[in-house]
Design a protein around this ligand. Structure first.
Ligand code: G
Ligand code: G
Ligand code: MN
Ligand code: NA
Length: 253
């Protein structure tokens, strides 16, 4: 259902400026894409992402907020050099699961204007919220989004409720391994075993693996050696709103 003008007006009191965090290809150090992360403040000051999302939800404006983040993010993305070779990762809250397909269809129009193909956009669906599994027809929703040309990722993989089920049931393009599995991986062989198996299963299924929250060189090396395709985290780059620092094609790995 369409966003009402008064919803947009109310959200306009918030200054929303997404930060971008690069996601790098392990094999090359090439910047594969960016995750857009909501950042915002109003006259009361800065709010955390969860606070912003919860407040929007309480006011019935969560979808409108997601759309606002997406449109700001698209504008930043389309301004980057070589954006046409990169992917923009957009988080979508599980609480708006039932409206995602309509949202994605509206997004197509903005994408056309910016000459960005749908295949350059990857929606991150968090495993953390079981709302996605509660959506009437999750597999149908994923198929619809894929039919429109979009990419899909399961976010926070491993700490939610449905990760294995989602991996089995759905053809997603990426899983994003939650940073819980990366933290301390150098001293925890159990984490290394689990990550190795998840990577192997994913690859057999045609899904690429993004390791999140990679903070140290040691963590990076282990993720690389265990076959992760892509890495994201402070070791690679911090989220930033400074467009200049997003202009380089490579990160140092
Ligand atoms: O950068 P960080 O602290 O910003 O993000 C905190 C959490 O908020 C993460 O789980 C991230 O996925 C989520 N998040 C960040 N931006 C958005 C957004 O635009 N929409 C949704 N639904 N979640 C977001
Ligand atoms: O849930 P999601 O994966 O979307 O979370 C993204 C969040 O992770 C953002 O809050 C971002 O700021 C944060 N983040 C990104 N890289 C790192 C990292 O290396 N370590 C930690 N602790 N958080 C990170
Ligand atoms: Mn995410
Ligand atoms: Na995550």
């Amino acid at each position: 259902d369409p966003v009402r003008p008064d919803e947009i007006l109310s959200l306009a009191k918030l200054a929303i400026q997404p930060a971008f965090q690069p996601i790098a290809e392990v094999a090359t150090g090439l910047v594969f894409g960016y995750e857009a992360l909501i950042r915002g403040h109003d006259r009361l000051g800065f709010s955390t992402p969860h606070d912003l999302l919860d407040r929007a939800q309480a006011e019935g404006q969560l979808l409108a907020l997601e759309q606002m983040v997406a449109s700001r993010a698209l504008a930043i993305f389309a301004d980057l050099p070589d954006f046409s070779t990169r992917t923009l990762f957009l988080n979508v809250d599980g609480r708006v699961a039932g409206k995602i397909v309509a949202y994605a269809q509206r997004l197509l129009a903005s994408l056309e204007g910016a000459a960005i193909p749908a295949s350059a956009i990857c929606f991150e669906l968090s495993e953390r919220f079981d709302h996605f599994a509660g959506a009437d027809d999750l597999a149908g929703m994923i198929r619809s989004l894929k039919a429109l040309g979009f990419k899909l990722a399961i976010d926070d993989f491993g700490v939610g409720f449905n990760g294995m089920k989602l991996l089995c049931d759905l053809a997603v393009d990426y899983i994003k391994i939650d940073r819980h599995f990366i933290r301390g991986i150098e001293t925890n062989p159990r984490k290394r075993h689990v990550l190795r198996q998840v990577v192997n299963s994913s690859h057999v299924l045609g899904t690429r693996v993004i390791a999140e929250g990679v903070e140290t060189e040691t963590e990076f090396v282990i993720c690389r050696d265990l076959g992760c395709d892509l890495v994201q985290g402070y070791y690679v780059a911090r989220p930033t709103s400074d467009a200049m620092s997003l202009r380089s094609a490579y990160v140092h790995l």
